[in-house]
Design a binder for this molecule. Structure first.
Ligand SMILES: [Zn+2]
Length: 289
């Protein structure tokens, strides 16, 4: 059992060196929505992936995002790259979403983690929704540089928003974050610390807003970002984590200046990638704002 805890769904970790275990008998299916296609080892998974991707797309369109380029969903048995094993990825260079297919998901999901309390099909739905959110946000931004944390916020909120409320609550109970939702927890450092609690908080924040979709539209248009933080907020959080974990201490700067926080984010999330980068990655790697 591999016990994968991460989605690796972000743009930041899809550099060179990735390997994907794809069945030799995989067949491609053009979905009813011809902007979507699925390459899958079995027709059953293809049909299912088409349906779930179309549902996710409809949900995202309702939030003001759009799809401008075809997206292929490739169902695989395993996803590996330099950053570690993943459950799903979105590669913005060729508009391909890779997701571990339902038959292999049971083995891949982390034992005891929040996904382990959900039926496999619900996890599959959540993963596809998460990656479709990355894809449509990237396509909707039309070259606007988006921060990593903004990408993950939208993906996490949409992932939990689409699944059945009963299973959403089960996920939240397994990765609880106290209410009210906290904007200072919407940070790539928190994502690295506990991506499932990041997801809970992101959805709770999205759900608490008068119009959560308006925030997503603002992110897509480059009019809002969670990236910039008041210094006093990061200081308190960073200090607490430094005291709790030697491993975390290594990642965080001693002085929580804005420049140090940005540098820490780059070191944690941008270092593993290589090869061509998407617009948001170029921004994040060179001149984070
Ligand atoms: Zn993601």
């Amino acid at each position: 059992m591999r016990n994968i805890g991460r989605l690796c769904s972000a743009l930041a970790v899809i550099g060179g060196g990735g390997t994907y275990a794809l069945s030799a008998s995989a067949e491609s299916l053009l979905c009813q929505d011809h902007q979507l296609s699925v390459l899958s080892p079995t027709p059953e998974f293809s049909e299912l992936a088409c349906i779930l991707a179309a549902e996710a797309k409809a949900h995202l369109l309702e939030c003001g995002l759009h799809q401008s380029s075809p997206i292929e969903i490739v169902l695989v048995e395993k996803i590996e790259h330099a950053f570690g094993d993943c459950l799903a990825t979105y590669d913005c260079r060729d508009e391909i979403i890779r997701v571990i297919h339902p038959q292999a998901l049971g083995e891949a999901i982390e034992d005891g983690g929040p996904y382990s309390v959900l039926p496999t099909k619900i996890v599959f739905q959540a993963l596809i929704s998460h990656e479709m959110a990355h894809a449509l946000l990237e396509q909707s931004s039309q070259g606007t540089d988006l921060a990593f944390v903004d990408h993950e916020y939208v993906a996490a909120a949409m992932e939990l928003d689409i699944i059945d409320p009963r299973w959403r609550q089960a996920f939240i109970d397994a990765a609880p974050v106290s209410l009210p939702p906290k904007i200072n927890l919407i940070s790539s450092l928190i994502y690295g610390f506990d991506p499932r609690k990041f997801a809970t908080n992101a959805w709770q924040y999205f759900n608490a807003e008068a119009d959560g979709c308006e925030r997503i539209r603002q992110i897509a248009d480059g009019e809002f970002s969670f990236y910039v933080r008041p210094q006093k907020v990061c200081s308190a959080e960073t200090q607490q984590r430094r005291e709790k974990s030697a491993d975390v201490t290594r990642r965080y700067p001693r002085d929580c200046s804005e420049a140090d926080i940005r540098q820490a984010e780059l070191e944690v999330w941008k270092a593993p990638q290589s090869g061509p980068r998407c617009p948001s990655q170029r921004m994040a790697a060179s001149s984070p704002e």
